[in-house]
Design a protein around this ligand. Sequence first.
Ligand code: ZN
Length: 419
Amino acid sequence: MFYDEARETMPAVKRAEAQRVMLRETVRYAYEHAPATRRKMDEAGVRPGDVEELADLAKIPLTRKADLKHIQKGEPPFGGLAAVPPRAMRRIYVSPGPTFDPEGRDETHWRWEKPFVAAGFREGDIVQNTFMYHFSPAGLMFDEALLRLGCTVIPAGVGNTELQAQVMKELCVTGYVGTPSFLMSILEKAKELGYTSGDGLSLRVALVTGEMLPESLRKRLRDEFGVQVRQCYGTADVGSLGYECAEANGMHVPDEILLEMLDPATGAPAPPGAIGEVVVTLPNRAYPLVRFATGDLSVLSDAPCPCGRTSPRLLKLVGRVDQVTKVKGMFVHPEQVAQIVSKVPEMASAQFVVTRIGHEDHMEMRVVLKEGVASSAAMESRIIETARELTRLRCEVRFVAATEVEEPHKRIIDGRKWD
Ligand SMILES: [Zn+2]
């Protein structure tokens, strides 16, 4: 099968040469077709011909994901980073901000087939896709990769835990894609309804992403529910950036992209084993990104993997360079907290506190009201509704006095532990 043959097994010398070719072509193409990339290279005095080796990329300034909203506002809709006009895109997604994520017409745009194959998905699998299908690219990008592999997809989307459990049983679902915590919620609900592995449930494999996968949760899903869980990593801007193989020990970096790891303090290359920010150069005809800094921190390992793939692996993701955090698979920005405060006139300040209850994320908003304002149930629901509109997440509200706020300079406190 085509995707099985596409394993990352080439010898290091061959990979280095392939990467050099890809690098030169991508930089030249982006320079010629993406006005913002051309501008940033011109300002830095770099011509496409000056970039021959991966190390030469350092001459070109980074484009930060965190700045995308402002870059796009300055030059709508894609900030001058796309190589084709909006009407030439296949789809355009909207991430909170809002920022716009283009999908080109090339069917290799997101590249999620390999992660599925490595996770054990095969032709004939019936797969429940619990990622969001509207605005966010997650639902459709996994959907289409599964179709190309010959799987059948149930576009389940988020929420409706009980219906999800019922569908999983009645349609004899064999594969799941979504967040790990939601998988656990569905399986717990299924158990409550009397469906268990081998007795009503046929679920065999799961590909998860969007949040941390604690090893304790992976083990429970395997031992208690008989599901083999593998994780992958990517973003709405660049698609697949890593996936686990059978070894489940780090995520192989796909050969179709160029990845740099940069020391978050100095911007210099981070050596293997050290924490670095994931920076991507993407050879894509519609959206050719050059040195796109994801804001995600990880550790790269180039140690050989027993699976036979020779590509390096991203060991687990260790956090973000900014205060941005992910809750239930959705990014939450400190700026969104400020927006909520500005929309509710009675609020003086607020802080999100993210914790884990069981296997699920829990978000509480600690709200300080302006002097002389009394809290009420109506105000509480107005705050919850405003937060939901801006973050697409539900939170609980707790009214507190200004003196009770810990670390008041922080708008988001992440109190989660990942063991
Ligand atoms: Zn491997």
